[in-house]
Design a protein around this ligand. Structure first.
Ligand SMILES: [Zn+2]
Length: 265
């Protein structure tokens, strides 16, 4: 009488054990990188293209997409899983247009929200927002600098990420034949551009959640200003075919260095 009663249990164990072993194997997963190419098209009434050079031909939204696409390729060949917040060079992240933050309007806040929600939904281990800067009054400003948000639980990791990335990007540019300085990092609060809301002094893609405005990312992140589109020397460099691949390599190698060379967890 005892064996027939044990039989279903043994059968059950036979089914469960391999499944459990399988589940353990799946726990070793590739690290997930979300790259966020800054700006983008979409609503023609909104100026989402970001900085533009003096000739009007180098557009931040396009350059960020080119760099991100190339960096994604580099990172995938290293063994990372990579997702981009934008699907096309001409589209913003919030596409099709949705009122993601449920504040009753569809505006640029929803576009920022699309980027952070995307990173959370894809369980990213790291979030990297790729930008180019423009300093209207000062064409002598050039080189790479980065930002992190000090008001997050993982701010130390974000700070380290920003620091590694600015160093890696400027090093890669220099290796490609364009001697470009690493201008270091700062907090997003310290950015010279006036913030949209006085009571939210952070970058929307880096800062904490704020009801009906933005959902903060659940992982460390940094925003990097790759080069200045207002700098004649940076713009000249960007017209060389080697520069976009060098920027992309700088991001990819920097992200790998942030993970200490590891590609899985
Ligand atoms: Zn930008």
């Amino acid at each position: 009488m005892r064996y027939p009663r044990l039989l279903p249990l043994l059968l059950l164990l036979g089914v469960l054990l391999p499944a459990h072993a399988q589940a353990r194997a799946h726990h070793v997963r590739h690290l997930i990188v979300v790259l966020d190419p800054g700006h983008g098209g979409g609503d023609p009434n909104e100026k989402y293209v970001g900085a533009v050079d003096a000739s009007g031909t180098l557009v931040e939204a396009h350059l960020t997409f080119l760099v991100a696409t190339r960096a994604a390729k580099d990172l995938r060949s290293m063994g990372y899983t990579v997702f981009l917040t934008r699907k096309s060079v001409n589209l913003q992240a919030n596409y099709p247009l949705r009122d993601l933050n449920r504040d009753g309007t569809i505006d640029q806040l929803d576009d920022y929200d699309a980027r952070t929600l995307f990173a959370n939904r894809h369980h990213a281990d790291v979030f990297v927002s790729i930008h180019f800067d423009g300093a209207a009054g000062d064409p002598s400003m050039h080189g790479t600098h980065g930002y992190y948000c000090p008001n997050r639980p993982f701010w130390k990791k974000s700070k380290r990420l920003a620091s590694i990335l600015t160093a890696s990007v400027s090093k890669s540019l220099t290796a490609s034949g364009y001697a470009s300085p690493n201008n270091g990092i700062g907090t997003d609060v310290a950015d010279r551009v006036p913030q949209r809301f006085a009571d939210y002094p952070w970058f929307f893609v880096l800062g904490p959640s704020w009801k009906k405005r933005i959902t903060g990312t659940a992982m460390p992140g940094a925003l990097i200003e790759s080069l200045y589109l207002s700098s004649p020397r940076d713009v000249t460099a960007l017209r060389r075919p080697a520069t976009i691949p060098a920027l992309a390599r700088g991001y990819a190698q920097g992200i790998r260095a942030y993970f200490g060379g590891k590609t899985t967890r």
